[in-house]
Design a protein around this ligand. Structure first.
Ligand SMILES: Cc1cc2nc3c(=O)[nH]c(=O)nc-3n(C[C@H](O)[C@H](O)[C@H](O)COP(=O)(O)OP(=O)(O)OC[C@H]3O[C@@H](n4cnc5c(N)ncnc54)[C@H](O)[C@@H]3O)c2cc1C
Ligand SMILES: NC(=O)c1ccc[n+]([C@@H]2O[C@H](COP(=O)([O-])OP(=O)(O)OC[C@H]3O[C@@H](n4cnc5c(N)ncnc54)[C@H](O)[C@@H]3O)[C@@H](O)[C@H]2O)c1
Length: 472
């Protein structure tokens, strides 16, 4: 057995583990990084990167069919689904060197390509190496949750770990789960020429503001995607090419392929956390607000420790634990400033509280400004006027923002900045936005806060009339 002593041992080389490894080693710590499968984790190999690449292929196809309003004759694109998957693989391949063993070893990290498991509160074994470390980080991510729906064990199905390698275009894709994975994949496949049915047990895009989610769902339906809500999958039957999903109320949906997208389960099995005295709960590793587990030497970050399962959250966690592990400084996580975006078209993005959450927390103190994209000149020029931004404001400070519309994922950045730094709404209202940009909706949403205060205010009118009388 080889033995290594190090400052920091990280288990899992996905978004969280890689960020910690590169940060810690470049600041002078000795770092061991253990990865049992693919460097880059879910985001690079089975998540964000391939999904956005497939969405890009779908957009290219969709553009060919929707040129008429611009004077460009629409044509039905000839989609080579396999070639679209080549594009996906190429994108992964382009980004992969950044997350590779070679790059990390070049930075000075010792990378071990094995699964790791705790053998004591201060030791992890990976293959034939035992690592003793001052601090450990569990960054093992999550995997697709596949519920025990009767019949599913005898029917072929895809998950996010297999769909990006599928080469034959599904004639009719059934998607169980109307969350971000389900809806992004539904639209990409529809645009690439598959029929698509989404079967959602409750409300599709249910974690977002329902009014804004509806704008997206309306557009997806208009593109030909069938979205069945209140449709909890109860039984699955059939074989490749002929699959049936029966939902609780007896409705039956038929398709050729099935994608399971009903949420995630934390990757805990291989870790033997008991040996380290690290406790878990249903959602993953139990952590305090410094991301420390019940063993104070062990931290946990990213999907394995967070209900907010996003790459940027894993990256944010990395910063929090680096501060604590490397400098021994107090460091706590916040969740109120975490944005997210779903990359359908139109996109759907959120930071802070939704209107309903803000109403519940702040009651009558809440003011909500609303601006539709239909009044934005750039949106009009591009023919993308479907969209709405809402900003939730309490005593002059935004506590949440929700956007459905073109590039909502980019536009939410301004509100993420404002909420992270607890800025006043005036910070956005005072900004000069270049014309004509979609970003002007942010400024207009901030300006709308002042509209009743300035334009519908008799006191302001009296003052202006008074000053005008005396001005030379
Ligand atoms: C289809 C899809 C699309 C997504 N799109 C987005 C998006 O657009 N934007 C966004 O922000 N997020 C997106 N996500 C979520 C994002 O991928 C995750 O939040 C992110 O990857 C979590 O990072 P992580 O470091 O916690 O885990 P991961 O990236 O999953 O990395 C964990 C790593 O640990 C390894 N591992 C597990 N157990 C062990 C062990 N015992 N020993 C050694 N190694 C181990 C795994 O092999 C894996 O490589 C998407 C997810 C999916 C599935
Ligand atoms: N753009 C992004 O940032 C992005 C994209 C994809 C995934 N992700 C991350 O991955 C996570 C997982 O995504 P997801 O879409 O798998 O999960 P999710 O939990 O967000 O959505 C799953 C959906 O499946 C439904 N469901 C559960 N059981 C069902 C059943 N038996 N029949 C029908 N419907 C059922 C749920 O009601 C829910 O709406 C997300 O929460 C997010 O953190 C992010």
């Amino acid at each position: 057995m080889n033995r290594i002593k190090t400052d920091i041992c990280i288990i899992g080389a996905g978004s969280g583990g890689l960020s910690i490894a590169s940060g810690a080693v470049q600041m002078g710590a000795d770092v061991v990084l253990i990865e049992g499968h693919k460097m880059g984790g879910d985001c690079l190999n089975y998540g964000c990167v391939p999904s956005k690449a497939l969405i890009a292929a779908g957009k290219a196809a969709h553009a060919m069919e929707t040129g008429a309003p611009y004077g460009v004759s629409p044509i039905t694109p000839k989609v080579d689904y396999g070639a679209a998957k080549d594009h996906v693989a190429k994108v992964i391949g382009t980004i992969a060197p950044h997350d590779s063993v070679e790059r990390f070893e070049g930075l000075g990290v010792k990378v071990i390509s094995e699964y790791g498991q705790f053998i004591s509160p201060t030791e992890v074994q990976a293959g034939d190496t035992v690592i003793t470390a001052r601090r450990f980080v569990v960054a093992t991510g999550s995997s697709p949750f596949v519920p025990p729906i009767p019949g599913l064990d005898s029917v072929p199905y895809e998950t996010n770990e297999t769909i990006f390698e599928l080469r034959e275009k599904p004639k009719h894709l059934l998607v169980i789960g109307g969350g971000p994975i389900g809806m992004e994949m539904a639209q990409a496949h529809r645009r690439l020429g598959s029929e698509v049915t989404v079967i959602e047990g409750m409300k599709a895009l249910g974690k977002d503001d329902p009014e804004l989610a509806e704008i997206v769902l309306e557009n997806l339906r208009a593109e030909g995607i069938e979205i069945a809500e209140d449709a909890m999958a109860a039984e699955i039957r059939g074989k490749v090419g002929a699959i049936e999903v029966e939902v609780k109320d007896g409705r039956v949906f038929k398709g050729s392929h099935l994608l399971m997208a009903v949420g995630r389960k934390p990757n805990l099995e291989k870790l033997k956390l008991d040996a380290a005295g690290v406790e878990t709960h249903r959602g993953g590793v139990k952590v305090d607000d410094s991301l420390r587990t019940t063993n104070r030497r062990v931290y946990a970050v990213g999907d394995v420790a967070s209900p907010l399962q996003f790459t940027h959250v894993a990256g944010y966690h990395a910063g929090v634990v680096i501060k604590s592990m490397l400098f021994g400084l107090p460091s706590k996580v916040r969740v109120d400033h975490i944005p997210w975006a779903t990359y359908t078209e139109p996109e759907l993005a959120q930071v802070g509280l939704t209107e309903a959450q803000a109403r519940e927390t702040h009651g009558d103190l809440l003011e909500v400004t609303r601006i539709e994209f239909s009044g934005n000149d750039r949106a009009i020029a591009e023919g993308k006027t479907q969209g709405l931004i809402k900003v939730m404001i309490v005593k002059g400070r935004p506590v949440g923002a929700s956007i459905a519309g073109p590039q909502a994922g980019e536009l939410i950045g301004v509100w993420a900045l404002v909420i992270a730094n607890k800025l006043k709404i005036g910070a956005v209202a005072n900004m000069v936005a270049p014309y004509p940009t979609l970003g002007e909706v942010n400024k207009r949403a901030a300006g709308a806060y002042y509209t009743p205060r300035l334009f519908d205010n008799p006191k302001v009118k009296r003052i202006v009339r008074f000053v005008q009388r005396w001005l030379p």
